[in-house]
Design a protein around this ligand. Sequence first.
Ligand SMILES: Nc1nc2c(ncn2[C@@H]2O[C@H](COP(=O)(O)OP(=O)(O)OP(=O)(O)O)[C@@H](O)[C@H]2O)c(=O)[nH]1
Length: 426
Amino acid sequence: MAAPFVDTARITVKAGSGGNGAVAFHREKYVAAGGPDGGDGGRGGSVILQINEHMSTLMDFRYKRKYVAGNGMDGQGKRCSGKDGEDLIIKVPRGTVVRDAETNEIICDMSETDSFVLARGGNGGWGNKHFATPTRQVPRFAKAGLPGQERQVILELKLLADVGLVGFPNVGKSTLLSVVSKARPKIANYHFTTLFPNLGVVYVEEGVSFVLADIPGIIEGAAEGAGLGHDFLRHIDRCRLLIHVVDVSGSEGRDPVADFEAIQEELKQYGPDLASRPMIVAGNKVDIAADRSGLEALKAHVEALGMPFYEISAASQQGTRELMFAAARQLEHLPPITVYEPTYVERPPEVDTSEPLSIVHEDDTWIVEGPWLQRLMANVNFGDYESRNWFDKMLRQSGLFDRLEEMGIQDGDIVSLYNLEFEYQR
Ligand SMILES: Nc1nc2c(ncn2[C@@H]2O[C@H](COP(=O)(O)OP(=O)(O)OP(=O)(O)O)[C@@H](O)[C@H]2O)c(=O)[nH]1
């Protein structure tokens, strides 16, 4: 079965690595010993998400899963910095929610934020021009660039509609949407198949309009993942108001109260807050109702629950205008669309500190390098106290300071770790 509507995708993004710093010395005729003039490595490009208003599905992510930004170039002599790596822009439809693939935490909600840096490029390494000091006039070292961030994320599209139509298949949701929405602007390009959520703009009166979505395919068991229903339930999340459409014609031997309750149960299963979402109930197909018993039973049932009830015939447009007015009136008092607050907490990467680091001693400087240190430093936020403490703890735990002591480090010497230098104190 082909279901071309793609509203969730898992992708890997990788920012570019920083270029390496250069070791070079100034050379000029008649100038005896030139100073160090090795330039810095360029910064790695970042991976940036950006909203594109013309996109309405995550279809593009179906076949392309890996997104890599450009690496920074290495530095050169004559103080030339390497070129920065190019940023990679990924376009997503408005309403895309980004989660961490491992923890499922929300990283960002692209509904009000127009662009977001999803993976930071690595810093370029410093060239040796930075390392000249009075005691260290000929620094023969430069720094390697740091790797870019890499992460796996899940993109999830949640429609930005004010009102969602829910109900069993065939109760007349699409028909209702088609008769109440006059215009189908660019947001309404979901109409490739009937399995797509349909969006329409309802113009109620001068200056009053709202976006109405037909959320198809809610069936019993959808909340547990049966059929396609579950995929579409996701879209109701942001609707401020639901219109629950129930077939009250009594055709096919259906019981309106039982149908209503079955869908309510489905919403509850999916999320308790969905079941408590403000709701208007519409009893549809009154034009072909053989008698009014089903309709009256449903009306009594929902009014006892405190919900407004409207009887309509979508096909003949009876009562549909009143229903839309009622929806618009309710919307006036309802808070704006949900924006998902980020829940993602940046954690330090897991590193195996047992792998020995390389230590090179030059003048008063101790240059420390190694793959795990490089990875660690690319991910530590040095502006944050906790992170700095944690970094310090990792260094101690690795035995680095004991080894430096053994090798004869003195107080006041410089420890040089990629883009960080500090004075050693016992
Ligand atoms: N007589 C009558 N028929 C209706 C009315 N509303 C819808 N129908 C018919 O009921 C059938 C199903 O209507 P749809 O609008 O496709 O139902 P739906 O709820 O959108 O169905 P799904 O797309 O499967 O979720 C169609 O044949 C409609 O013509 C109504 O008010 N009266």
